[in-house]
Design a binder for this molecule. Structure first.
Ligand SMILES: C[S@@+](CC[C@H](N)C(=O)[O-])C[C@H]1O[C@@H](n2cnc3c(N)ncnc32)[C@H](O)[C@@H]1O
Length: 378
């Protein structure tokens, strides 16, 4: 592995995360990427048709292209930021196809390189897709940081594959080899559809979506203020997840059209299914995008925002600040941004600075709801 190790070192050294948040303590690759590539080489997976799932910024895809000589190389990433980062890191002339999780990604694949996802639900949706579509003799190499792995992951894989073999950990990462998809594997249950009694709303959720089909407690608090929000012609649910805010707003304000937008493919697919399940799809459209980058400036009169506060494993406010700036850009002057966030986060100055005059509409022991009016352009 001397030669490939060198190639991997050089490749990883040049990787960046943009357009995702960049900071000195946030990295574009981790030891799992390296371990997955080295294990794939050691297991004789070079020269096969390779599907990559869950690559963050391109380390796995570009690494596989550089050291595994794949017959073909396909990749699925849930986040549009990851897709864009991969393309930027690849530069012109790189050879891989970016595809949704499904048959086009997996048909004929002999090797699947998987960065294990955060939740068992996401792993289950991925495992079901691989078992259904990949080659019968495909080998899945599923890797993660040991501290984020659980026996539950093995159990999920065992539902879909006959052989599941955890390998020895190295540098705090571990690879699980899964092979021989089970003929009696359960059919996929995603998106799950649940009725939220407290809102009388059907919520659809793919495996990777925030909060699954449940109501986040911050979102619940923001919804308390729905009756006091203005009636907008165009409202945006920014970072929509399953689209609960979009659906609740559209239902309460029948004159509004709503854009539900998220960087996650699973989120926008869930939000669309939620809109359909509640007969609101004629007024709710979904947009997979990074911080509304393709929505024209000044095109919305209301933005609803429950920002993320986890970036990767570390808590970092950068992702929330990015969405506040996005709201400032898409709001027309006089338009309103309604935000709910954990009280300890330093968003108030950013709301005032980026968007305009802000008043705190409510607080509970954990959260704060702020209304910010977009100032006129100077
Ligand atoms: C706290 S969750 C809120 C989800 C949903 N609005 C709810 O209330 O259940 C934040 C959401 O923001 C999305 N998000 C984070 N960064 C984003 C970005 N740069 N562009 C678009 N969406 C983003 C995440 O994918 C996640 O779904």
């Amino acid at each position: 592995m001397d030669q490939p190790a060198h190639i991997i070192d050089d490749l990883f050294a040049g990787l960046r995360r943009r357009p995702d948040v960049e900071a000195a303590n946030l990295h574009a690759w981790d030891a799992t990427d390296r371990l997955l590539l080295e294990t794939a080489a050691a297991e004789g997976r070079a020269g096969t048709r390779i599907a990559v799932i869950g690559d963050r910024y391109g380390a796995l895809t570009l690494g596989a292209g550089a050291v595994l000589e794949p017959e073909d190389l396909r990749v699925h990433q849930d986040l549009v930021t990851g897709e864009r980062a991969l393309r930027l890191n690849a530069g012109p002339g790189a050879r891989f196809e970016q595809l949704p999780l499904g048959a086009d990604l997996l048909a004929g694949a002999g090797t699947v390189l998987l960065q294990l996802p955060k939740t068992l639900a996401e792993l289950e949706e991925i495992a079901a897709a691989v078992a259904l579509h990949a080659d019968r003799d495909a080998v899945v190499l599923a890797g993660g940081r040991v501290k984020h792995m659980s026996l539950g992951m093995n159990r999920v894989l065992e539902q879909y594959f006959t052989t599941v073999q955890p390998q020895l950990a190295r540098q705090k990462s571990r690879v699980i080899l899964a092979s021989w998809p089970r003929s009696d594997a359960p059919a996929t249950k995603f998106p799950v559809l649940e009725h939220l009694a407290e809102l009388d709303l059907a919520v659809a959720a793919h495996g990777a979506v925030f909060a699954g089909p449940k109501l986040d407690i911050g979102t619940r608090f923001l919804l308390d203020f729905l009756p006091t929000m203005p009636a907008a012609a165009h409202a945006v649910d920014l970072g929509c997840g399953t689209g609960i805010l979009a659906a609740m707003y559209a239902r309460r304000f029948p004159g509004a059209v709503v854009t539900a937008s998220d960087q996650s493919a699973a989120a926008v697919a869930s939000a669309l299914a939620t809109a359909r399940a509640n007969n609101l799809a004629d007024r709710i459209s979904v947009l997979q995008d990074d911080a509304l980058s393709t929505l024209p400036a000044g095109s919305a009169d209301l933005v609803l925002l429950n920002p993320p506060f986890h970036v990767g494993a570390g808590i970092h406010a950068g992702a929330g600040l990015k969405l506040i700036s996005a709201a400032a850009r898409v709001l027309a002057p006089g338009g309103e941004l309604w935000t709910v966030y954990n009280r300890h986060l330093p968003y108030l100055p950013a709301l005032e600075r980026e968007v305009g005059a802000t008043d705190v509409r409510g607080q509970n022991p954990k959260f704060l709801v702020a209304r910010t009016v977009r100032r006129a352009l100077r």
